[in-house]
Every structure is written in structure tokens, then in C-alpha cells.
Design a protein around this ligand. Structure first.
Ligand SMILES: [Zn+2]
Length: 622
């Protein structure tokens, strides 16, 4: 490089700037605004030809003013991202830690020979690189100043760098200059002293794109750089930069810019541009920018262009509606109203809210995403974190209210249901209908305690019920079994327990008879050595002989056994079944469970602990 006669522009930049004369920015131009390897502003010469009467005070020519003046009407359009590129470190938003480190390094004269700027795109890496170039080369207004974190902006080096015409500050876009040949030019040029600046600076953007050979070529120079040379690498993918290079660089990680700062910044830019903008519109743009000032300014550019087209010649006004349309977003207020319907079991309101949003052009999928985003913010708010950063006052209040009202379990359940709904909407032939159905289902379930809590409530209820109910599995001698309040004839004072007899019979190996005794023998009278019984009408086997034999073996005595007249007490098994049915009914009639069954028609209550602890008492057959 440097062979070109047009020497004050880097070779890859020449001829690019004529496009800027267009009034409206093209998408490519917006994109190019920050990615372009050009310093600051276009060189003045081509502009003078393009614009008949350019205002002399171009923003970059007066970088000391923190608030660039709105451009004159007859000036060529400059995209906001380029126009409002930070010209001082104090204008660089969201990077305080990095600026502080850099300031310390300059103050202590402990500057590395090479810097590495990392961070997501549009976060200010190349802006920072240029600011470092200024900081190191500024000579101050009187021409005697040294390196400073606060470059004056008026000295010749400052102005030349800001205007992108400083001969000793060379910027290379590694994305288009990846090879060893491009690097070789640098290596050659490094040997010569700078022309006028204190330091000869090489800014290599998208450094991760350099080839392995290119890095190897650079390595020698990075190991022993001439004292007058500084390298600044900027990259989004620091893990692709060789470790040998990393170890020779002072690294600065640029942070994603918080939405709140972007919001303020964009408000500031709008004020300078004389553009009125809704607060909600600013918030949407700040959120959509995802931490990148450049991306946010590009969106703002488009929003202003849209607003201009619609305006009747009066002042430009960017409305929230327009931005929402542009970004395909749901209105936050409408979103909250919809969410509120979800949680307050208001199906009419819910369906109306969905219809409204849909007719405004909001995609059903975006509705689901909006509800999920709110759920996420509620969950974060419950942890006391800054979930409401960048939110409007109404949103802050609403989220805080929900965070208090809902249990953590409910929020997670809500998330699960919405996630499921989201997937359904995505694949459904009619996304609107799918969204309505999914949201209705969420609404019905939203009132419910979460499954864990429900289970615990049911268990507690069951345990209370069991403690209060008579012993059903092992009725004590003489006790009256009254499951479900059904009248049961009392057993006339047996002096021996039937369950114990059943156990003994089984222990003697007469399992079949034992089972019959439990299942089918209804006792009319039971005393030691004396049994009067009956069986259910459906049970026709004659078991008298079996019973006599079994009782003889179990007790060692002959029994007086006879089938008697009358109903008899229910068999042991019948009592267990009655008790279980009663408990199931009791559980079923619990208001909570009734709510659950109403919400999920056809649902069944299943005792998950049945197998674990063998308790049969409740809910098995519900
Ligand atoms: Zn200066």
C-alpha cells in the first residue's frame, strides 16, 4: 500500500464515497457505515464536487464539540452511525472500564506495541482504535502536548486522523486483505520512520480473517517492533487469533452496550437531528440493537427515513407504531394486556387481544415470543436481578407485580406451556388459530398450582384424611368399621381377630383359603372356636369344610363353623375398597382438586407413591 497516487486514502477506500451523495441510505450503505475501513468522514474533495455549496463546518472538522450540529439540508446524507461515531473517549458509551485501563496505561507510559480490541460487532472496536491513534499522536493545541487520553481534536494530527487523511495511520480491512502479500507490504513499510506522526499506526480490522501465513509474517514484527510503530487489531472472534499473537498484545474487551445506555444515546442523537421520537420507539430500537450502537443507529436511520416519507413536510416524528411495524414487534403495552388476560383467566379478553395484535400485523409467533419474554423477565425479577433494565415505568410495575403474585413454580410452568405453544404455532397450518388455542390452554393452566405443589397438597390432604379415618387395613377387635359412613353391622365382640386368623392360615401354607377368607367371608359372629359367616351373593362356592380345616390348622383347635343368615360385616377386602373409594371421593371433593379436574376435563388422579410405599388408601381408583 502507499503506492497509489491518491495517497491520503487507503487503496481499498478510493471511489467508495460518491454513494454518500444519495439522500437515503441504502441497506448496504448502512451496513458499510461502521464496517468500512475509512477513518471518520469522507475526504472533503469529492464532497465539494458532489454538493454545490457544502457547509464548511463538517462535524468531524470540529471534533471538540460533543454535540455535532444537525447537518444542513444541502449537505449530502451521512448515515447516523458514521456521523455520530465517537470522537472522544468520553463519547464512547458503555466502555468505561476499558477507557480507564487505557488512561492509566497512557499516564504511566506503559503502552504496549500492539493492542487487541475484541467485542461483538458495532460495539465500538474500530472507533476505539481510531481514538487510540488520536490519543497517541495528539500534540495538543499548542503543538507541544504528549500522548493523552483526552486528545484535543484541534491539532493537526487529531484533525487529520478524524478526517481519515493521516499518512501515518494506516487501516487495513483484513476481511478483504487476508493474504501474506498484504501483510508483506506492512512489514516492509514498518521499517521506515513515520512521516509526521509520533507513532506510525496500523489498524487491522477483522483481524481473525488473516491467514496463517499472514500471521506468521507479522509475528516477527510483533516480537520486535520498531519503537515508533503500534499495531491495533480489532476482531469479533478472538479465539481465531493465534495464541502467539494474543500473548504479544494488550487486550481490551469491549462490552456489549446495555440497552439503557443505548436508549439514552439514541435519544440524544434524535435531539441533535431535530427528530421527535416516542419513548417506546427508542426502547424498541435499543432492545433490537442487541448491544451494538452501530446496529441501533442503522435501525434509527431507517425509522427516520420511513417517518420522513410519511410526514407532510412538518417535523419528523418517529412513532412507536412505525418502529414496531418495521421490526415486526408486538406493542409492549398490548403484550402486557394479553399477558394479564392469561393470568387472570379472561378468555374473551385474551382472544380479543390476540385478534387485535394480529390485525395490526403482529405475527402469532411474535405474540408467543413476547409472552415468553415477559415470563423470563418475571423469573429474573423474582431473583431480585435487574430484569427491568431499560423497561418503561409501566412495564417495571407490571413485572414486579407478577413476580410477587406468582410462585417460582408457576412461572416455570408458564414457561413450559408457552414454549410448547410456541412450537405448535411454528408448525401449525394456521398459526393464528394455533396461537389462540395454545394461549387458552396456558390460561386454563396458569391458575393452577404447579405440579409439585399440587402433589404436596394432595398428599397432605390424604394424610390428614388417613389419620382421621378408622384403621381400615387392620381393624382392631371390637371396633366398628365405618368407612364412607356406610352403616356396617358391628361385629358382636369377637375374642379373636379375623385378620390374625387370615395371617395364620396363610402362614400354614393355605394361601387359597386365606385369600378367600379375606376377600369373601362376611362375618356374622366370631368368637374363639365359633364362626358364623356368610358370603356375597355372587360367591357360590361352599367353603365351610375348607374354613374348618384351615382354622383347625391355624389354631390347633376344632371350630364350630356354620353359614348363617343375614348380611354380615363386609369382608376385609371389601372394607379396604370402601375406604379407598371414600378417600378418593374426599380428595376429589377438595376444592383445589375440583379446580384441577375442572381445568383439565377427563384428567385422572393417580397416586404416584402407590408403588413406593404400598399405601392403598387413597385415590387409586379415582
Ligand atoms: Zn490533538
Amino acid at each position: 500500500m502507499g503506492d497509489s497516487p491518491d495517497d491520503d486514502l487507503p487503496p481499498w477506500e478510493t471511489g467508495e464515497d460518491e454513494e454518500e451523495a444519495q439522500k437515503q441510505p441504502s441497506a448496504a450503505e448502512l451496513e458499510a457505515a461502521g464496517q468500512s475501513a475509512l477513518f471518520g468522514d469522507p475526504a472533503p474533495a469529492p464532497l465539494a464536487e458532489a454538493a454545490p455549496a457544502p457547509a464548511p463546518a463538517v462535524v468531524a472538522a470540529a471534533p471538540t464539540s460533543p454535540a455535532p450540529a444537525p447537518q444542513a439540508a444541502n449537505q449530502p446524507y451521512r448515515v447516523l452511525a458514521r456521523k455520530y461515531r465517537s470522537q472522544t473517549f468520553s463519547e464512547l458509551i458503555g466502555q468505561d472500564a476499558m477507557v480507564q485501563t487505557l488512561a492509566n496505561a497512557i499516564k504511566r507510559q506503559r503502552l504496549a506495541h500492539a493492542f487487541l480490541m475484541t467485542g461483538i460487532r458495532g460495539v465500538g472496536k474500530t472507533s476505539t482504535a481510531r481514538l487510540i491513534a488520536k490519543a497517541l499522536n495528539c500534540v495538543g493545541p499548542d503543538g507541544h502536548g504528549g500522548p493523552t487520553i483526552d486528545p484535543c481534536g484541534v491539532c493537526e494530527p487529531c484533525r487529520a486522523i478524524a478526517e481519515g487523511r493521516h499518512i501515518d495511520v494506516i487501516e487495513m480491512d483484513a476481511a478483504s486483505h487476508t493474504g501474506i502479500d498484504d501483510v508483506r507490504e506492512i512489514i516492509e513499510a514498518v521499517r521506515y520512520a513515520s512521516v509526521s506522526a509520533r507513532y506510525k499506526m496500523y489498524i487491522i480490522d477483522e483481524a481473525h480473517m488473516l491467514s496463517k501465513q499472514a500471521w506468521n509474517g507479522l509475528l516477527k514484527t510483533l516480537e520486535e517492533p520498531p519503537p515508533h510503530v503500534k499495531f491495533i487489531f480489532a476482531t469479533t472472534e478472538v479465539d481465531k487469533v493465534p495464541v502467539t499473537v494474543l500473548s504479544r498484545c494488550q487486550r481490551f474487551d469491549l462490552r456489549r452496550i446495555p440497552a439503557e445506555l443505548l436508549h439514552q444515546h439514541f435519544a440524544h442523537v434524535c435531539a441533535l437531528e431535530g427528530v421527535a421520537i416516542d419513548e417506546d420507539a427508542l426502547a424498541m430500537i435499543a432492545a433490537a440493537a442487541e448491544g451494538s450502537a452501530r446496529d441501533g443507529l442503522s435501525i434509527l436511520d431507517q425509522a427516520i427515513a420511513h417517518a420522513d416519507m410519511e410526514s407532510d413536510g412538518t417535523a419528523t416524528h418517529v412513532t412507536a407504531r412505525k418502529v414496531r411495524e418495521m421490526l415486526g414487534l408486538a406493542d409492549k403495552g398490548a403484550q402486557r394486556a394479553l399477558f394479564d388476560c392469561l393470568l387472570s383467566a379472561n378468555p374473551q379478553g385474551l382472544l380479543a387481544a390476540v385478534e387485535d395484535q394480529f390485525s395490526l400485523g403482529v405475527e402469532p409467533l411474535a405474540l408467543m415470543r413476547g409472552a415468553m419474554e415477559l415470563t423470563h423477565r418475571i423469573a429474573v425479577a423474582q431473583l431480585g436481578e435487574g430484569a427491568t433494565q431499560g423497561a418503561s415505568e409501566e412495564e417495571r410495575l407490571a413485572i414486579a407485580g407478577w413476580a410477587q403474585r406468582l410462585s417460582a413454580g408457576q412461572v416455570h410452568r408458564l414457561w413450559q406451556l408457552l414454549l410448547k405453544g410456541h412450537d405448535e404455532v411454528r408448525t401449525a397450518p394456521d398459526p393464528l388459530v394455533a396461537a389462540q388455542m395454545a394461549l387458552l390452554r396456558v390460561m386454563h393452566a396458569a391458575d393452577m398450582p404447579d405440579p409439585g405443589k399440587l402433589e404436596k397438597l394432595l398428599k397432605d390432604a390424604a394424610e390428614r384424611g388417613l389419620a382421621a379415618a378408622p384403621q381400615v387395613t387392620a381393624p382392631a377387635a371390637g371396633s366398628t368399621v365405618t368407612a364412607t359412613g356406610a352403616t356396617t353391622p358391628s361385629m358382636p365382640s369377637p375374642d379373636i381377630e379375623w385378620t390374625i386368623l387370615c395371617d395364620r392360615v396363610e402362614q400354614e401354607g393355605m394361601l387359597r383359603v386365606g385369600q378367600i377368607m379375606r376377600d369373601h367371608v362376611r362375618i356374622i359372629e366370631l368368637r374363639h372356636g365359633h364362626l358364623r359367616y356368610t358370603t356375597p351373593p355372587a360367591f357360590r362356592d361352599d367353603i365351610m369344610a375348607d374354613l374348618k380345616e384351615a382354622l383347625l390348622r391355624a389354631t390347633g383347635e376344632r371350630w364350630d363353623v356354620a353359614k348363617g343368615a343375614g348380611e354380615g360385616a363386609p369382608s376385609l377386602t371389601e372394607r379396604e375398597e370402601m375406604a379407598a373409594a371414600a378417600e378418593a371421593e374426599r380428595v376429589r371433593s377438595h376444592p383445589l382438586v375440583r379446580a384441577a379436574l375442572d381445568a383439565f376435563p377427563g384428567a385422572e388422579i393417580v397416586d404416584e407413591n402407590q408403588l413406593a410405599d404400598g399405601r392403598k388408601a387413597w385415590s387409586r381408583r379415582a
